[in-house]
Design a protein around this ligand. Structure first.
Ligand SMILES: CC(C)(COP(=O)(O)OP(=O)(O)OC[C@H]1O[C@@H](n2cnc3c(N)ncnc32)[C@H](O)[C@@H]1OP(=O)(O)O)[C@@H](O)C(=O)NCCC(=O)NCCS
Length: 175
């Protein structure tokens, strides 16, 4: 049921839209993300602009949006962890509550996995809160497997822990 829903990469000039979506996500689902709304609010406009520019057209970084009837209703980000060019990591995955259960999340995730595969990555990794059942269902349904137990993502283990999940991609042809 994905009528009227489509994914696209962010455009380089859409920093303000990225900011709006990310702040909405952090306000809606604070437990799902390591970043806090308060911290994100303090980021300067130049930071959002840089993220949009970097995520628009790069094999190393991604910002993908999902639109319904021409309006952005969700986002996901991707990046290449330092020193691991064979891996892509996803984060900031969010669909606005009114668009959940419509296939928008599948569109976003498919866009991110396709981006990673086209970049030549061998696997896609992400972190999910242990109690986040909708997200864990979505990732498991897509083929992600749990890599291990919950681990703190911030320096303070009492704050939040996340479970690592991995989606192996077809390895590149080797001679
Ligand atoms: C995670 C998210 C993007 C998934 O989007 P969605 O539109 O809800 O995704 P789906 O409709 O495919 O639902 C995912 C699964 O969760 C299930 N689900 C939905 N609501 C649920 C609930 N309250 N409890 C348990 N499972 C639930 C769905 O039935 C589906 O499972 P299924 O494959 O067995 O049918 C969206 O829920 C969201 O933005 N959540 C808040 C932010 C977040 O958690 N981001 C992920 C960070 S890792």
């Amino acid at each position: 049921m994905t009528d009227g829903i489509h994914g696209r990469r962010i455009r380089p000039d859409e920093g303000p839209l990225l900011r709006r979506l990310r702040l909405a996500a952090l306000a809606d689902s604070p437990a799902a993300f390591w970043q806090t709304l308060g911290a994100a609010r303090t980021l300067p406009a130049a930071d959002w602009a840089r993220r949009a520019e970097g995520g628009a057209d790069s094999p190393a970084d991604l910002v993908a949006l999902v639109e319904r009837a021409g309006e952005a209703v969700g986002m996901v980000q991707g990046f290449t962890p330092t020193g691991r060019p064979w891996l892509r990591e996803l984060g900031a995955m969010w669909v606005t509550p009114a668009a959940r259960g419509t296939g928008a999340a599948d569109v976003l995730l498919a866009a991110a996995v396709t981006w990673a595969a086209q970049a030549g990555a061998e696997a896609v990794k992400l972190w999910v809160a242990p109690a986040n059942r909708p997200a864990r269902r979505l990732y498991t349904r897509t083929g992600f497997v749990v890599l291990g137990g919950p681990r703190p993502i911030t320096d303070d283990p009492s704050v939040k822990t996340f479970v690592p999940m991995l989606l192996p991609l077809h390895p590149p042809q080797r001679r």
